[in-house]
Design a protein around this ligand. Sequence first.
Ligand code: PHE
Ligand code: NA
Length: 437
Amino acid sequence: MKQSQWSSRLGYILAAAGSAVGLGAIWKFPYVTAANGGGAFLLVFLLFSFTLGVAVLMGETLLGSLTRRGVVGAFDELMGKRWRWVGTMGLLCSLLIFSFYSVVGGWTLGYTGMALAGSLQHGDGAALTARFNDYVGDPLWPVLTHLLFAALTWWFVQGGVQQGVERTLRWMMPALFIMILLLVAFGLTLPNAMAGVRHFLMPDFSKLGMSGVLDAMGLAFFSLSIGLGIHTTYGAYLPSSEGVGRSSLWVVLLASLIAVLAGLMIFPVLAATGIDPASGPGLTFMTMPAVFQQLPFGQGLAVVFFALLVVAALSSSISLLEHLQCFVCESLGWSRRAACSLITALVMAGGVPVSLSFGPWAQVTLFGKNIFELLDFITSNLMMPLFGLALTLLLGWQLGLRALPQGLAPHWRALLMGCWRWLAPLLIGGILVRGLL
Ligand code: PHE
Ligand code: NA
């Protein structure tokens, strides 16, 4: 499978970071952190990202660059057919994530539309909360925007790696970063902003139970796009395994930085508007319009902000579709376009019940979770960590030194091996067991 290659190392880093940085940082991280009490959760999340996150991310990428194959092929080749189910689980999990990610991606499209129409420029915290609930509760609009979002993803990916992914991200990542910095700066001038910052940064470990620790680990997996084999697919398009350590660190650094900035962007607004930190998945959509209402050119800035969110979401959904299509092409010999179409059709169908679970189907629950919450929990807190556990164990104990990247200094080699053999498996395994019981 040599059909695709990155045109440059920067192109690769942009794509890998583009997959990681997205709604996870800007939409999910703030509400999950708020729900788990703030500072202590942030600390644990960062700890997981920089230890097992780096170890799994590097491992996944190396698998791809060593074999030049997608995740199932790579497991077949390096670990033996017995471990193929791990790769298959990663693919299934990608399909599930894509199904709900596309729904939230659709919200960003819907909010871009509302910003354009100017309907976010008035109303206080309570009104903005109601506006979000009305929007996602509607049986029609969020379904339509979900379909549109999935179609946009399809359009980019069927065009091929270099044209589709690299070009878009070259300008989008810096633009998003600058916009967030400006919003943080303004948010800090709001009345009561410091109360929000304290809530976000001051660790209070009494608020963080074992299920919070599991959430933090799941969020680390989700926000780095690891535990699915996406980085195996992207690694397969790399010319060699040289520099994989450095680029992995960059990805983790960027993703964590954006998450922390997103927290600093949203927590001060909570305190200033009285929007409930426990508002759940709507938090970003409820708070940010309140900021734009107070800014000069607020409506224009709101349009830019939500449009950048669309692009941030697209660069992540693109990686999901690229990954899934790579498998279908490799194993069934389909054309890229046909493979993309099949997967997109599945996701379009799968997202409908997810979208309805915020409205007409909110009462459909299992274990007290609705369809969206259930999918989110099963993917981030079960399947992705399980993949990471199997991957690090296999890398550390079965593949061993062969898996290490070329040109890595001896002390880094030892550290990475230690992470694969001991640290990552023990952490992931321990938290999975304790968090689930
Ligand atoms: N990491 C992405 C984000 O933060 C979400 C994602 C998860 C993308 C898994 C691909 C795979 O938005
Ligand atoms: Na992204």
